[in-house]
Design a protein around this ligand. Structure first.
Ligand SMILES: *Cc1c(COP(=O)(O)O)cnc(C)c1O
Length: 410
């Protein structure tokens, strides 16, 4: 019998969202006429912008003509999209990033997991706690951890607690680490990093030869002009950072699928015999071997995100979700709840009232207000006592949710 990858058996069996689903289903079975409003999972709800749909329609028509039909495209993505991204997302903000350093993919979730292919198994890894679970689970699969303890913390990983006590800004690791995941604006806490905070990380990484894996999936939600959108706005980041971006949360591509990863050509790692190696060449080799590119139609849609109409329509979408966040946030504060995030991010991170545990508050909200959120403890041990509400919903649902919160806690 063939051996399996035993690391998979260390994984906490997809506990969070299945457990939420189980409790919600049980509640609905027992309360058939309850109108349950889900503010849990981080998925967008509003339709794709028109400029993007129009571009995809034209691309489909091109595929229907032999003169303009396209087969396999470049594994790294079409030049038209890489150029639009380099110009609009990076060069316009003073970041020295060229189109050749941008790799188009079908998602940031996949890229943040797949990137581990090109790094040594012995690297030490730091994550923020609470954390987007993909960073942790993919390192478990790759064998970089031991078993999880009763709080769900894996042996061998460095956890950087982010709580109200440190303003959700973690301290530098006490022991040097080789790879650091940073997510800003943060899922789940909705916190952001200032230029000074990112500079501290970039300096640390350059001094210690570490690589920062910077997830900027929510950069479009930044409203504060002083907050950097890209880690490459920080001097020295070209030598220590990979950045992940996605069209999922800004342009509504969660079901359409398109994302990008930036690997600067100046970024180096160390080989087993101590030589320096360009990381860009490795990721290019990895993608060319294991990936065959994103659909032409989808890439034309993503390109349209950078047209004048596309930019305008995306801005409207983002403002809509941010207004939802602000309605939720004000509603919660009006009944005395301590609220974080929700200003430069689509997530509200709240302190549970009266010291309730995260799951206790989950049951309370579901039972008494028929509202579903996500228990903070599901994102990591330091999320205990917190709770996440998502602003991805209709206005009517958000307003109804606030009314229910007010009658429950007011
Ligand atoms: C939603 C999200 C992404 C985007 O994932 P896709 O695979 O591109 O849809 C990446 N990182 C975080 C933290 C997210 O919440």
């Amino acid at each position: 019998m063939a051996n399996i990858n035993d690391n998979f058996l260390k994984l906490k069996a997809g506990y969070l969202f299945p457990e939420i689903g189980r409790r919600v289903n049980a509640f609905c079975d027992a309360n058939a006429d309850a109108n349950v409003i889900k503010l849990g999972i981080g998925d967008v709800t509003e339709p794709l912008p028109e400029a993007i749909r129009t571009a995809m329609h034209s691309a489909i028509d091109e595929m229907g003509q032999s003169q303009t039909f396209r087969g396999y495209g470049p594994e790294q993505g079409y030049a038209f999209l890489r150029e639009a991204i380099a110009t609009n997302d990076f060069q316009s903000r003073g970041c020295d990033i060229s189109p050749e350093e941008i790799f188009i993919s079908d998602g940031s979730k996949c890229d943040t997991g797949n990137i581990l292919d090109i790094f040594g198994p012995g690297n030490t890894v730091a994550v923020q706690d609470p954390v987007y679970p993909v960073y942790v689970d993919t390192n478990v699969m790759a064998g970089r951890t031991g078993e999880a303890d009763e709080n769900g913390r894996y042996e061998g990983l460095t956890y950087l607690p982010c709580t109200a006590d440190n303003d959700f800004t973690p301290s530098l690791p006490e022991q040097p680490v080789d790879m650091i995941y940073l997510c800003y604006p943060n899922n789940p806490t909705g916190s952001v990093a200032s230029k000074e905070t990112l500079k501290k990380w970039v300096d640390y990484a350059n001094e210690n030869g570490s690589i920062i894996l910077f997830d900027a999936a929510y950069e479009a939600f930044i409203t504060d002009d002083s907050i950097p959108h890209s880690i490459y706005e920080i001097d020295g980041a070209r030598n220590c950072a990979i950045e992940f971006r996605s069209f999922s949360k800004n342009a509504g591509f969660t079901g359409t699928r398109c994302a990008l990863t930036v690997v600067p050509k100046s970024l180096k790692g160390k080989t087993a015999n101590g030589d320096e190696q360009e990381i860009h060449a490795l990721w290019n080799r990895r993608q060319s071997t294991k990936f065959n590119g994103v659909s032409y139609i989808i890439q034309r849609g993503a390109e349209a995100a950078y047209s004048d109409a596309g930019k305008e329509q995306i801005k409207t979408l983002i403002n809509f979700y941010l207004e939802n966040a602000s309605i939720l946030s004000e509603g919660l504060q009006s009944v005395g709840i301590n609220v974080f995030g929700g200003v430069n991010a689509p997530y509200i991170w709240l302190k549970t009232p009266e010291g309730m545990k995260s799951w206790e508050f989950f049951d309370h909200l579901l039972d008494k207000a028929h509202l579903v959120g996500t228990p903070g403890s599901g994102f990591g041990a330091s999320g205990e006592g917190y709770f996440r509400l998502s602003a991805f919903n209709s206005r009517a649902n958000v307003e109804e949710a606030v009314q229910r919160l007010k009658s429950l806690m007011g």
